[in-house]
Design a protein around this ligand. Structure first.
Ligand SMILES: [Zn+2]
Length: 550
């Protein structure tokens, strides 16, 4: 009898982002990825991270953290995890360097260990769990999938992947290894669902070269290219295209600066020495001789691109005749923010290039044909779609059904998949407590409670009315007020007298003993104010009653 294996989804199942899983067997745990997600609403928090309490309580049982690649939605919450958990972190080189920098900024020491494709690492001494790293293609260097060795057989985790037949760095996905594992027997395939609803196959990254070249054609001013700073292969292709037009390359934005310097130092990027230049050199050179790589493809208001668009960047400004090329996917939810940036750029006289033929962007995620090819090669007994909203997971499960996989499991955050002797696999619904913690980038540990976020949403919805009443400490009689102050409340102008009368009537209706209880008086005030707004057919604001006993 082999001990059962449980795969617990702590994030990334039922949403795109904050990917994190725990594989558990015989009291030992291995963590796969630990990412964050960027909120798509302005609620005063930069990031959302998974609630890691469940893992933290089991910290001594975690033997290893395995990272598939260096995207924020796979590594961004690591500083939070590694504050209380001292297991070694195994990651491919590029991811490891990004993690090293992130942990350094957070002042966290960790045992970081580099791995290469083909390496097998045990999740702690005597652990029944191990991981073999295998090369996959994706929109960041060094991406890996994992073949997790367990007493219940091999769990093949795709990481984020696409099957790129012509990768820019010449490092293809190791499909031969997947096929070999498939012949050995894969117990469970966990596969990236992001593009499950897109038919056909993804465009090869190298196919973007033609679009990028066309984007420089005929440009007489400066060319700004917005792209993800971690998409190093894209950066390489942009630099190559720029070079063909005699343009030097400068960097705008902190993440762009950091990623390019790191990639150059590690050899992931190569420019001829003359090509990289400073912003001062861009200012001094004729506009037709520079290309500026800029971060902020999602319209993030504090990004370099947004500041450039608003004319608030201290180093550079957009001038009429300049061109801004968008070489990235717009993540749904960010449309408004990005369109604002585009409007600002257009107002400054820039020509905008996006969504055109030949394409300026290729997705880093497999589409249906590639997903099905992976399933055919791995021939898993059971299938668990990961990394996606519910609709993506359901669609991916349908692809697996079409490929004849008998057991398809659609699980969401908080569910666990159990693999035991006999039977294929089953889902334990709500097996692990999960949640979202809103936080600021530089203070991940000081999460903003969900109730605070809810209050912020309510305030945005209908504003706040502050209702201040002074009463006699002995008799409870009204001494003064209620006085009303409104913030962001529509229809409040000229309404104060009406609201006040409603509140006074509610107080008058209160009987003796409740009259003396400030908590009850506050509740009566709150109800009265909200009642007035409801009766007037207006949105009901949040109400903050304050009772002062004099
Ligand atoms: Zn990724």
């Amino acid at each position: 009898m082999a001990p059962p294996v449980r795969v617990a989804a702590l994030g990334g199942l039922g949403e795109i982002g904050m990917n994190c899983m725990a594989v558990e067997c015989d009291g030992r745990i291995a963590v796969v990825d630990c990412g964050l997600l960027f909120p798509d609403e302005p609620i005063g928090a930069d990031v959302v991270v998974p609630d890691l309490a469940w893992l933290r309580e089991r910290a001594s049982r975690v033997g290893a953290v395995f990272l598939t690649h260096g995207h924020e939605d796979h590594i961004g919450a690591l500083p939070l995890l590694l504050r209380d958990l001292k297991a070694p972190v195994y990651a491919p080189r590029f991811a490891l360097e990004l993690v090293r920098r992130r942990l350094g900024e957070a002042g966290i020491e960790a045992d970081l260990r580099e791995v290469r494709p083909g390496d097998v690492r045990r999740a702690g001494e005597d652990s029944p769990l191990s991981a073999e790293f295998l090369a996959v293609t994706h929109s960041i260097p060094d991406a890996c999938g994992l073949a997790l060795g367990t007493p219940q057989g091999i769990l093949l985790h795709s990481g984020d992947f696409k099957i790129d037949e012509a990768p820019v760095d010449g490092r293809p996905m190791d499909l031969a290894r997947v096929e070999a594992l498939g012949r050995q027997g894969v117990r469970l395939l966990l596969s990236d669902s992001t593009n499950a609803d897109k038919a056909g196959r993804s465009l090869s990254e190298s196919a973007v070269a033609a679009g990028l070249e066309a984007a420089f054609e005929g440009a007489r001013g400066r060319v700004f290219v917005a792209c993800f700073a971690s998409n190093v292969h894209r950066l390489q292709q942009i630099a190559d295209a720029a070079r063909g037009f005699g343009r030097r390359v400068a960097l705008l934005g902190r993440s762009m600066e950091e990623n390019v310097r790191l990639s150059l130092a590690l050899g992931y990027l190569s420019f001829p020495p003359w090509q990289l230049c400073s912003l001062a050199e861009v200012r001094a050179a004729p506009p037709a001789e520079s290309c500026v790589l800029v971060s902020g493809t999602q319209g993030e208001p504090r990004s370099a691109l947004a500041r450039l668009a608003r004319g608030e960047h201290p180093e550079l400004a957009v001038a009429p005749g300049d061109r801004v090329v968008f070489s990235a996917r717009l993540i749904p939810g960010n449309e408004r923010a990005l369109h604002q940036v585009m409007n600002d750029l257009a107002r400054a006289g820039a020509e905008l290039l996006h969504d055109r033929e030949p394409p300026l962007h290729a997705s880093g995620h497999a589409q249906e044909e590639e997903q099905r090819r992976l399933i055919r090669l791995a021939r898993p007994a059971a299938f668990l779609p990961i990394h996606g909203e519910y609709r993506h997971l359901a669609r991916h499960a349908a692809h697996a059904a079409a490929e004849g996989v008998e057991a398809r499991l659609v699980a969401v955050d908080g569910d666990a998949v159990e693999l035991g002797d006999g039977g294929l696999a089953r889902i334990l619904r709500g097996a692990v407590p999960v949640g979202r913690v809103y936080a600021d980038r530089d203070s991940l540990g000081q999460g903003i409670a969900e109730v605070v976020v809810r209050d912020r949403r309510l305030l945005a919805e209908a504003g706040l009315v502050l209702c201040v009443l002074a009463v006699d400490r002995g008799t409870g009689a009204v001494v003064r007020g209620p006085e009303l102050f409104a913030v962001g409340v529509a229809g409040f102008e000229g309404a104060a007298a009406g609201v006040q009368a409603e509140a006074l009537a509610a107080l008058a209706a209160m009987t003796g003993p409740s009259r003396g209880d400030p908590a009850e008086v506050e509740e009566a005030l709150r109800a009265a104010v909200r009642r007035w707004f409801r009766r007037e057919g207006l949105r009901r604001p949040s109400v903050l009653p304050v009772v002062l006993e004099l």
